[in-house]
Design a protein around this ligand. Structure first.
Ligand code: ZN
Length: 311
């Protein structure tokens, strides 16, 4: 049985025939189960509360690199890349992303292949072989090379670069050959050892949240989830707590002019706001975004556009 269980009171439209249940497994993994008898696809998403803000000093991109490595193989399914292959061969798709404080892995797949797809998720005993490690550093590097040609990525990194140096926001989160291969090597570090250390330290079940969406009834999904995920290790790891601000007065009220790669003009105005996670239901910044983004007569957009035309 799960440690805690409750039928969640989720306000859904009357037409929503899906059923929902929140459970917490013995290892503190929190799971939202969704049963939808009408679906022809099943899906799952695992969020881990660790991201690039937790990269060790001098190993920028390690969290992102680990995200790549987990896809490769596990002790139970050692054939490289067999997880992704299985998903695509059974009508699904899969991907993952590393954010500053979260890493998310997700997939969808045909109903009849769902149980095996869940079984292939790699959170229990991933294999991180030495040769796969070297190859995947190169994959991360080429991802970064591609980002270097994107104005959006360049602007994001520039903004990080102009923030407070002691704040993790300042760091480079993607990683490349230099930060994951050359520099750690020069300090005598083995990137694979660091990767395994990072995995053991941060991938604790109490920091994971799983959502499972299936055609089966809730009891069946619950026992399936329990069987497959109760062995994820729990070390009761604390979430990263960040103090300080990424922008102090010296980082604000500055104007930066950049030459883009693609032709065109863009005005980007940014300012920090307090986190609004506790107000997610109301979404206060959406109201502000709507007002500031309004394009009708009298709006900021309208004034700027009029000024642009007359110059
Ligand atoms: Zn990537």
């Amino acid at each position: 049985m799960a440690v805690g269980e409750e039928e969640v009171e989720i306000v859904t439209a009357r037409t929503d025939k899906r059923q929902y249940r929140r459970v917490v497994l013995k290892n503190s993994l929190e799971v939202l189960l969704i049963s939808d008898p009408d679906t022809d696809k099943c899906a799952a998403s695992m969020a881990v509360s660790v991201g690039s803000f937790s990269d060790p000093e001098g190993l920028e991109g390690l969290a992102h690199f680990l995200e790549h490595m987990l896809f490769y193989a596990s002790e139970k399914y050692p054939l490289e890349d067999s997880y992704s292959k299985f998903i695509t061969e059974h009508g699904g798709s899969t991907n993952a992303f590393t954010a500053s404080e979260h890493t998310n892995y997700y997939f969808d797949v045909n109903v009849d292949s769902f149980e095996e797809a869940l079984d292939r998720l790699f959170f229990i005993k991933p294999l991180m072989s030495a040769d796969a490690t070297m190859r995947e550093i190169k994959a991360v590097d080429s991802e970064n090379q591609k980002n270097l040609l994107s104005d959006a990525w360049r602007m994001n990194q520039l903004q990080k670069h102009l923030s407070e140096k002691s704040h993790p926001y300042h760091k480079f989160g993607t990683g490349n050959w230099d930060t994951l291969g050359v520099r750690p090597g020069a300090r005598g570090l083995d990137t694979r050892d660091e990767l395994i250390k990072f995995y053991k330290e941060h991938y604790s079940a109490n920091l994971m949240h799983l959502v499972v969406y299936s055609k089966e009834n809730l009891d069946k999904i619950e026992s399936m989830v329990e069987e497959k995920f109760c062995d994820i290790r729990n070390t009761d790891k604390d979430c990263l707590h960040i103090t300080g601000q990424p922008c102090t007065s010296e980082h604000l009220q500055i104007l930066v002019k950049t030459v883009p790669i693609k032709q065109g003009h863009k005005l980007r105005v940014t300012w920090p706001i307090t986190p609004e996670i506790r107000h997610y239901k109301e979404g206060p910044s959406r109201y502000l975004g709507h007002l500031i983004g309004h394009e009708g007569e009298g709006s900021l957009f309208y004034v700027l556009k009029t000024l642009g035309r007359s110059s």
